[in-house]
Design a protein around this ligand. Structure first.
Ligand code: AMP
Length: 291
């Protein structure tokens, strides 16, 4: 089946109705377009596991702050459609803003708890915009499974909480972060980087690497692990917005790296605001030396 581009909710429902009636599974990949291999990996995973794949392409204005990059956000629907088709996507749902937020739209969903820290603290209102649009997309598409990237670790937790708290009948699958050859996490916002910024941007992954290395060598103190990452950022003249070690489910700060800890960071590089994360993993207890 070749890719079908759909603009309205009514048309989307008409296309999906026979699929649902014949009990074929529907996978959804929500995106803002400007596709890269990270998006492609989610589409391929969805295509592997479902009878029909819907990708939504919607640059959601309500998740951008007033001073953020909404008007500059990269857009190229023709290129995106070609990538989606090659990845095995059946339906590209690319509605205009008025279709998603018609005049008089006045409802917003606010997920509590996991939105307080990290991105939530630095981008007020961002996750209300994300939760609201994703809930709407879930209602429009009614997918069996929805695919998100670990690159946006906090967003993934917000979506899981949204689904749990509102009893939305969708399974959420989180896929690994896809990276450039030098380690930079793929992001549509990497398009803002010039050659100099691009070199500097690798520091984010290197900072996470440095943290992983000190944990491997036995460091457990969160301050020290964070300091190792900050030192790498400083070497590359990057001042982070945050470098945080938090519980991977709660996102509350930890003092020590025991078991699994999410290390997340955000920094401005040139005109781009970039985020990245890794799971630091330390055995809970030092194993007994072999007899
Ligand atoms: P976006 O278009 O940036 O809103 O991203 C759409 C989906 O792709 C989200 O679930 C992101 O977490 C995911 N994503 C973005 N970048 C990557 C990446 N480098 N690797 C894996 N998933 C990604």
């Amino acid at each position: 089946m070749s890719l079908q581009i759909v603009r309205s909710v009514a048309e989307l429902r008409a296309v999906l109705r026979p699929v649902r009636l014949s009990e074929r599974s529907i996978g959804l990949v929500p995106t803002m377009g400007a596709f890269h291999d990270g998006h492609r990996s989610l589409m391929q995973r969805a295509a592997e596991c479902n009878d029909l794949v819907v990708v939504s392409l919607f640059v959601n204005p309500t998740q951008f702050g007033r001073d953020e990059d909404l008007s500059k956000y990269p857009r190229n629907e023709a290129r995106d459609a070609a990538i989606a088709e090659a990845a095995g996507v059946d339906v590209l749902f690319a509605p205009p803003v008025e279709e998603v937020y018609p005049d008089g739209h006045a409802t917003s969903i606010s997920v509590g708890g996991v939105t307080d820290s990290l991105e939530g603290a630095h981008r007020p209102g961002h996750f209300d915009g994300v939760a609201t649009v994703v809930a709407k997309l879930f209602n429009m598409v009614q997918p069996d499974v929805a695919y998100f990237g670990q690159k946006d670790a906090q967003q993934a937790l917000v979506i899981r909480k949204l689904v749990r708290d509102l009893d939305i009948p969708v399974r959420v699958e989180i896929c690994p972060t896809v990276r450039e050859a030098d380690g930079l996490a793929m992001s549509s916002r990497n398009a803002y980087l010039d050659d100099h910024d691009r070199i500097q941007a690798v520091a984010l992954r290197r900072a996470l690497d440095a943290a992983e290395r000190v944990v491997e060598r036995g460091e457990r103190d969160a301050e020290q692990v964070s300091a190792a990452a900050r030192a790498v950022l400083a070497e590359h003249a990057i001042e982070p917005e945050y470098v945080a070690l938090v519980g991977p489910e709660t996102l509350t700060p930890v003092q020590r790296v025991d078991g699994e800890v999410l290390m997340a960071l955000a920094a401005r590089v040139g005109p781009a605001r970039l985020i990245d994360n890794t799971i630091l993993s330390a055995p809970d207890a030092t194993p007994e030396p072999a007899a």
